[in-house]
Design a protein around this ligand. Structure first.
Ligand code: FCB
Length: 465
């Protein structure tokens, strides 16, 4: 690998705490492919992506980055980059093809091989149990709208920890339950593609209940590093009008506080409960649920990409809201430069978010489990991928995080999204988030400038801490 210096002025004078974890993240359905291999059952994302009109260009995860077959090569890449950790998810339908009942040993064996490869290369595995790929069989009985799915999730957690608990130290239950619940059941832009506020509210609560029950199963098995990953989008009102301020409060409530408060403090925010009830979509809470949901955590996973400015108004046609009772709220277009996802770039909001979490969840260590950006990358004639925008995004967000750490946020790790270009859900293969470029025709991997830059940051960190 060629050496690559960190841009001279970047991260000047910044250091990260000793032992700080630097890694990269992926998710099963986005990279694995081999959807029929070794007894894997279908997930809601197979069904959704194969339904005409649901995804960009009809793209599916059938092949993706072919990681299921190429994982040794990918782990070698991680080691070359100097990553100390790798965050990946286990596909529930590989382990329990029907979601419950019969365990598919070949599915577990794949993850055991992956973990052993990582450990052999000195890369610490950080395992996420659920990154959106619910077994289709469970969807047939209601999916996350059905309370029973929470119990099935805990059973699945028990199966995986029994198989891998001897070699994986860091465990996470859910990735971004906000997306599973609200993008999956309110806006319908993600699987299972419903647009039903009542279903969405039920999914919110059952995902959180599943988290709490699974956390219990992991603790019973002796797990000592346990977290949940939430995605935070800071919401700013477009004006100080009462209506715009209230619009920002409502969206912040459902995007950020509706997941943080129950997981960390065992309560839903009163204003969110009132908003959902007023919208006719109450949270189906039963006695004792919130105690289960507030299972002790060792760290909170924080995913951050962009901030959002909102106002009241008429939504553009064809853009259903992701929020319950959010039909009268409009998201403003961000200031340029915007990524190919159409997302803005706001490192300052990242610092503010980490400081907000320092105050909202005092005493709880934070781990940035995802942060990254999509750009239109190409391999040039020399075989290099120059991605100055991603380099800039990466360095500015690392700097913003260092700033938050200096101001007292207890951040223990950072995982870049993503190791590889991959299947970006409904946006298909058109969105490239990787530090490593993937040519989908040949599956050839090429480390981008941003990957080289990240490796240089990590080298410097190792040398100075
Ligand atoms: C997050 C998801 C991740 C990826 C990034 C861009 O919401 O967790 O799988 O799609 O966005």
């Amino acid at each position: 690998m060629t050496t690559f210096d960190v841009r001279a002025d970047a991260l000047d004078g910044r250091t990260f705490p000793p032992g700080f974890v630097f890694g990269a993240a992926t998710a099963a359905y986005q990279i694995e492919g081999s959807v029929d291999a070794d007894g894997r059952g279908p997930s809601i994302w197979d069904t959704f992506s194969h339904t005409p009109g649901r995804t960009f260009g009809g793209h599916t995860g059938d092949v993706a980055a072919d990681h299921y077959r190429r994982f040794p090569e990918d782990v070698a890449l991680m080691a070359d980059l100097g990553l100390s950790a790798y965050r990946f998810s286990v596909a529930w339908p590989r382990v329990l093809p029907q979601g419950a009942g019969r365990v598919e040993q070949r599915g577990l064996d794949f993850y055991r091989r992956l973990v052993d490869e990582l450990l052999g290369r000195g890369v610490e595995p950080w395992l996420t149990l659920y990154h959106w790929d619910l077994p289709q069989a469970l969807q047939e009985s209601g999916g996350w709208t059905d309370r029973d799915t929470a119990a099935r999730f805990a059973d699945y957690a028990g199966v995986v920890v029994a198989a891998l608990g001897d070699r994986v130290r860091h465990w996470s239950t859910l990735n971004e339950p906000m997306c599973s619940a609200l993008l999956g059941h309110r806006s319908g832009q993600h699987a299972p593609g419903q647009q039903d506020p009542v279903a969405a509210a039920r999914a919110v609560h059952h995902l959180l209940l599943g988290h709490g029950l699974a956390a219990g199963a992991l603790r019973d098995a002796g797990v000592e590093s346990l977290g949940i990953t939430l995605n935070f989008t800071p919401m700013t009102p477009a004006s100080d009008s009462v209506a715009d301020v209230d619009a920002a409060r409502r969206l912040d409530g459902q995007q950020n506080r509706m997941f943080l408060e129950p997981a960390v403090h065992g309560r839903y925010p009163a204003d969110v409960v009132a908003d959902l009830t007023a919208a006719g979509a109450p949270l189906p809470v039963q006695d004792g649920d919130l105690d289960v949901i507030a299972a002790p955590l060792d760290w909170l996973g924080v995913n951050y990409y962009f901030e959002q400015t909102v106002r009241v108004g008429t939504r553009p046609p064809g853009r259903p809201t992701s929020f319950i009772g959010g039909e009268d709220v409009v998201e403003l277009d961000p200031e340029p430069p915007t990524t190919t996802m159409g997302w803005g770039v706001s490192p300052e909001a990242f610092t503010d978010l980490l400081l907000w979490l320092r105050d909202r969840a005092p005493g709880l260590p934070l781990v940035v489990t995802e942060n990254g950006s999509a750009w239109a990358d190409e391999v040039d004639a020399e075989g290099a991928v120059h991605d100055p925008e991603r380099v800039d995004y990466l360095l500015r967000h690392l700097d913003a995080m260092a700033e938050a750490i200096e101001r007292g946020a207890d951040v223990r790790g950072y995982f870049a999204w993503s190791l590889l270009d991959n299947y970006e859900w409904a946006r298909g293969y058109a969105q490239r988030f990787g530090l490593v470029h993937v040519d989908y025709a040949t599956q050839r991997r090429t480390v981008k400038d941003s990957g080289h830059t990240y490796a240089a940051v990590l080298r410097r960190h190792r040398e100075t801490s």
